[in-house]
Design a protein around this ligand. Structure first.
Ligand code: UGA
Length: 432
């Protein structure tokens, strides 16, 4: 099939490349000409394991193309995926849909035969209705169908999530587009992916409800971890004990720092705003947002306690600063709150991240980047394991830093407390 992905950010690029790898002819469009030129040279703007190899392979065999010419690309395609950003509005908490509607207007001028227009970006309920209105202004209704096909890719695991999805959700109000979409996804369905067809509005809400529910699960276990710390219980026993109940499930029950990234914070805000718009108080999600915002303060308080309230001139190392492992994404990472706060209190911070130096800390006094784990640990009083990269999972701290013993605060519960303490380190973790 001939597909056009509009927007070569995370969603558009990963989905486009994976669709081309399934044998479709895909053209990825972006208004950023520099980005398109770099992609043509096989240079990928984001860090995603396995992506660059797939781009190079499919670009070489001409299944994948890149262009900044939206008009021609739309004309030459049967299925158009809108994959542009839907960030939080500058004022308020609803999603800014200006990029979506701009693209819809442009598409409306290039419909030369029947096309399916799909939102893959995360969009609030009724956005599909608005897109349909925009397209109807220039085209008769039998020339297009508007479909919602939300993505459930996790950064760092995106290619695997695309190839082996738990479910494929298609929201459409007509049978023809459902048939075509089922055909497009048939290689994944035949490998066991569940295909769900719903109304368009339902598909839009499935995406938000899923992200809000996952954010709730994490926040729930983070609060339970707080209680575990006060009662001498290991939160991991609780996660296992709860997770084995099939009604609950074991995933997303890992306690840690505040959840971050480009999706959960933005989408939880947007869904509560949709709720307010339709006079429905989504109070559970609102309290999740509040609890998550307070999470970094709770962990910071613990850091102060660990250092016996003497933070000034203490040398603190952060291992990992991104919001999670296998990504270079800093968006809404809790390190963006913790590092400046500790630096302001006079701590001397060094950080190491497998994805390198971060501009985010460039203007903060007393924060420096080290390009090896060893150098970052050198002379440290407190080592904070902030992100769960594999690189940090089997460190021999004793060998890495001879002589001096530092305190370790493992915010991802990577290490066994007894083993680390056995090596002579003071060790703190989350909820145990
Ligand atoms: C999330 C969803 O998991 C995807 O299904 C969805 O497609 C995506 O948002 C999106 O809407 O585009 P992502 O933001 O890449 O994916 O990251 P997650 O792996 O979900 O992690 C989000 C945050 O939760 C991270 O800060 C992570 O450290 C935290 N987390 C996750 C925990 O603290 N504990 C857990 O058990 C799991």
């Amino acid at each position: 099939m001939k597909l056009c992905m509009i927007g070569t950010g995370y969603v558009g690029l990963v989905s486009g490349v994976c669709f081309s790898d399934l044998g479709n002819d895909v053209i990825c469009v972006d208004k950023d000409i520099n980005k398109i030129n770099l992609l043509k040279k096989g240079k990928i703007p984001i860090y995603e394991p396995g992506l660059s190899e797939l781009v190079i392979k499919n670009y070489k065999n001409k299944k994948l193309k890149f262009s900044s010419d939206l008009k021609t690309s739309v004309k030459n395609s049967d299925i158009i995926f809108i994959c542009v950003g839907t960030p939080t509005k500058k004022s308020g908490s609803s999603a800014d849909l200006s990029q979506i509607y701009n693209v819809a207007k442009k598409i409306s001028l290039s419909i030369n035969k029947f096309k399916i227009i799909i939102t893959k970006s995360t969009v609030p309920v009724t956005t599909g209705d608005q897109i349909e209105k925009i397209l109807s202004k220039k085209n008769s209704k039998n020339k297009f169908a508007v479909v919602s096909n939300p993505e459930f890719l996790r950064e760092g695991e995106a290619i695997r999530d695309f190839t082996y999805p738990d479910r494929i959700v298609i929201g459409s109000n007509d049978k023809k587009s459902n048939r075509i979409m089922k055909n497009l996804y048939s290689p994944l369905i035949s490998k066991g992916a569940q295909y769900i067809h719903s109304s368009r509005r339902a598909a839009e809400l499935i995406k938000y409800a899923s992200n809000a529910f996952l954010a709730t699960k994490i926040t729930f276990i983070n609060e339970i971890a707080n209680l575990c710390e006060k009662t001498g219980i290991n939160v991991e026993d609780i996660s296992i004990g709860m997770g084995l109940d099939k009604r609950i499930g074991s995933r997303f029950l890992r306690a840690g720092p505040a959840y971050g990234g480009s999706c959960f914070p933005k989408d939880t805000r947007a869904i509560t705003s949709t709720g307010d718009e339709f006079k429905t108080n989504l109070s559970v999600i609102k309290s999740v947002i509040k609890s998550n915002q307070n999470r970094s303060n709770i962990l910071l308080k613990r850091v102060h306690e660990i250092l016996k309230n003497k933070v000034k001139n203490k040398k603190i190392t952060f291992l990992g600063v991104t919001f999670k492992a296998n990504t270079d994404d800093m968006r809404d990472s809790s390190s963006l709150i913790m590092i400046p706060s500790l630096a302001k209190k006079g701590a001397l911070i060094k950080y190491f991240d497998p994805t390198g130096y971060k501009k985010d800390f460039e203007k903060i006094k007393n924060v420096s980047y080290e390009n090896t784990i060893k150098k970052s640990l050198d002379g440290s009083d407190l080592v904070i394991i902030h992100t769960e990269w594999n690189d940090f999972k089997s460190l021999n701290f004793k060998k890495l830093v001879k002589g001096k013993k530092f305190i370790i605060y493992d915010m991802r519960n990577i290490y066994s407390p007894t083993k680390i303490k056995g090596q002579g380190f003071k060790y703190f973790s989350i909820g145990r």
